[in-house]
Ligand binder design. Structure first.
Ligand code: GDP
Length: 324
């Protein structure tokens, strides 16, 4: 199947074509990369029909439970919803490893939903290697709500913020204790902050945290777009507050469509995307080169035992690669 006919199938909303397309763009075989580039090129002029939402937060905050509630609400309204979920095998959530069908059982069975588990694996933090590209395919296939789940590991929040339209942070009711410290830089990125598990014995703590977050926000947020970040309380388990999350996402989208910010934001993300692909391509081609691999094998021991300088070794490798 040519990339052009695959693109056709994706545009028609065929699930098989979509799954095949995502597999193609995730492939690291050099011959597939050219096909993947043609596929993406064929889909690059899709109108902005959907909204891409990044969902981050510490393990156990209730991200997958919230994604399922939110997804169910959306498909209930007839909105095709896609989820790029973190592959359970690459999650570290309290040791419990469950398949996605178990994690989002109702959503995964719904005909308007599409759930794709992606392995975070390797270099990047909590974001899969081809998340940006997958979102292009999903939007072309007609998905209007695209939810990208990430594991909060510090770096990944910044990374996912740079590839979505709206960044949502899911916090635990006791997050207030942490507000003074590490979360500050990350909170600044969020357009929407959700304090989940605001139920039963946690309700009071969640309200206190929400108040703390709200009072910290005007100081934290320096967004040029004028969107004031929202703070919402939810219970994903009891499906409380989910409608407000959905409506906030839609309100953000509508506003960003009207004032052109959505387009601008995606354009601002395009150059970093280009460089990401250049870095990725260079690194992988470099490491795949047989002579480079041999030379690495020769030079590394010297660097390790101190007989060869690190910079000198790096220079030799680079000169060897580019000097041909
Ligand atoms: P994730 O690691 O952030 O994806 O968190 P999960 O969605 O897997 O949820 C972690 C645990 O918290 C699970 O046992 C959920 O059942 C539970 N949980 C999720 N949402 C809520 C909620 O709103 N209230 C309560 N009480 N528990 C929740």
């Amino acid at each position: 199947m040519t990339p052009e006919s695959l693109a056709e199938g994706i545009r028609r909303g065929e699930r098989r074509a979509l799954a095949k397309g995502i597999t193609l763009i995730e492939s690291s075989r050099p011959e597939d990369e050219l096909l993947a580039a043609r596929l993406l090129d064929g889909l690059s002029h899709t109108e902005m029909r959907g909204i891409r939402v990044g969902i981050s937060g510490p393990p156990g905050a209730g991200k997958s439970t919230l994604i399922e509630s939110l997804g169910m609400l959306a498909v209930g309204k007839g909105v095709p919803t896609a989820v790029l979920a973190i592959d359970p095998s690459s999650r570290r959530s309290g040791g419990s490893i469950l398949g996605d069908k178990t994690r989002m059982p109702r959503l995964s069975a719904h005909p308007l939903a599409f759930i794709r588990p992606t392995a975070t694996g390797g270099a990047t933090g909590g974001v899969a290697r081809r998340t940006r590209e997958s979102m292009v395919l999903l939007e072309a296939a007609g998905f209007e709500l695209i939810l990208v789940e990430t594991v909060g590991v510090g770096q990944s929040e910044t990374e996912v913020h740079g590839m979505v339209d709206l960044f949502m942070l899911v916090l635990l009711p006791n997050a207030g204790d942490e507000l003074q410290g590490i979360k500050r830089g990350i909170m600044e990125l969020a357009e929407l902050l959700v304090i989940n598990k605001a139920d039963g014995p946690f309700r009071h703590a969640a309200e206190t945290t929400a108040a703390q977050v709200c009072s910290a926000l005007p100081l934290l947020h320096h967004d040029v777009t004028g969107w004031m970040p929202r703070v919402l309380l939810t219970s994903a388990q009891e499906e409380q507050g989910i409608e407000a999350v959905y409506e906030t996402i839609q309100a953000f989208r509508q506003r960003a469509m009207e004032n052109g910010e959505l387009k601008q934001r995606r354009l601002r993300q395009a150059t970093p995307w280009m460089w990401e692909r250049v870095h990725d391509g260079l690194r992988r081609r470099f490491l795949a080169d047989p002579t480079i691999r041999r030379l690495v094998g020769e030079l590394e021991p010297g660097v390790e035992n101190g007989t060869l300088g690190a910079v000198a070794a790096a220079e030799r490798l680079l000169q060897h690669f580019f000097g041909r």
